[in-house]
Design a binder for this molecule. Structure first.
Ligand code: SF4
Length: 123
């Protein structure tokens, strides 16, 4: 079985609120854990180790994919957010989703690249 990942929340369908896909319908998967400590962070509950420990549900890639796939017919995108999703090995999850991958990095206007988000599109 694939290694579980710390999931803070899975929600949607909702509208993407930022980036090149702003306004598009998407599901969100918020991963716990981040290797940065940005002063402007508004998701510390998904960043600080003690908060992640308290808030995360450890889900296998299969479980995450099953939750998201239920909405596939209605939602063309899946956004991986956090925390920083890129600190996790997402290979198994992406494989299970069978969705094409469109990835981009968010660059915060207040500083260098720190925040990261990944978006998956229906293949
Ligand atoms: S990279 Fe994002 S989630 Fe991590 S500390 Fe910075 S703003 Fe918060």
């Amino acid at each position: 079985m694939s290694k579980p990942l710390p999931i803070i929340e899975i929600f949607g369908p909702t509208l993407q609120g930022e980036g090149p896909l702003i306004g598009y319908r998407t599901m969100f998967v918020r991963f716990g854990g981040c290797n940065y400590r940005c002063s402007w962070c508004d998701t510390l509950y998904a960043v600080l180790p003690e908060e992640v420990k308290a808030n995360a549900t450890w889900m296998t890639p299969e479980q995450i994919a099953k939750t998201i796939q239920a909405y596939r017919e209605f939602v063309p995108w899946v956004t991986f957010s956090g925390g920083n999703p890129c600190i996790h090995n997402l290979t198994d999850l992406i494989t299970h989703l069978h969705w094409g991958l469109v990835a981009y990095l968010h660059r915060d206007a207040r500083g260098p690249i720190k925040g990261t988000e990944m978006v998956l599109a229906t293949g």
